[in-house]
Design a protein around this ligand. Sequence first.
Ligand code: ATP
Length: 231
Amino acid sequence: MLELDNIHSYYGKSHVLEGVSLHVDAGELVTLLGRNGAGKTTTLKSIMGLVDTRRGHITFEGHDVTGQQPFHIARRGVALVPEHRGIFSILTVEENLKISVRRGSRWQLEDIYQWFPRLKERRRNSGNALSGGEQQMLAIARALLNDPRILLLDEPTEGLAPVIIDEIVKILAAIRKEGLPVLLVEQNLRVCEAVADRHYILEQGQVVYHGSADDFQADPSIRDRYLALSA
Ligand code: ATP
């Protein structure tokens, strides 16, 4: 459903992705791992049309979206939840949610409150009164209300307390159970191992490992070789 074929992406003259190929199939949760600066965020931005991809192809549900404007790509149902979360701090939780509802979306406000009881409790609070974890939940909830066909998540657990990370893991597992495909950038291996079907590891803008969750877990040398500094 989402396929990157040998993509090369740049910031100005800086050649950051050097031939990345990966795919996410229907219903899969796939992680993108790698040390800081490996090119994980740039891969998500490339899919969204936010950086300059000069070679290779990005295909989503059979359509070549390489080089398209971000709003065209979003309209096809690709939703990015960026690291900075992008919620409106002067609006309440509920207002943040309501402006994201797409008519006919498979998830409506009541569904979201069932998935995220914490957001229901906090629905009258303004965005700037939320903890980091609550902001992250709100950002994911908003993306879901927009009825995406794939979710791209950039380090959703970064900087969060373990108890909140557990809540995010539960939400990721629920999203996977619903069959919504996810490409997850994550540094927390516990999170990745808890929810993913497959993993890719990036190093200096190239995929250096690709394997199933079982193969990855069975071979600790992989994480020692590629992830030791960030794990
Ligand atoms: P991190 O976990 O630190 O965010 P990452 O794997 O997501 O790491 P990217 O953010 O994709 O890495 O960055 C890949 C490379 O691109 C890094 O060398 C980074 O310095 C560079 N880079 C990122 N954003 C820009 C930018 N806006 N302009 C120029 N170079 C950039």
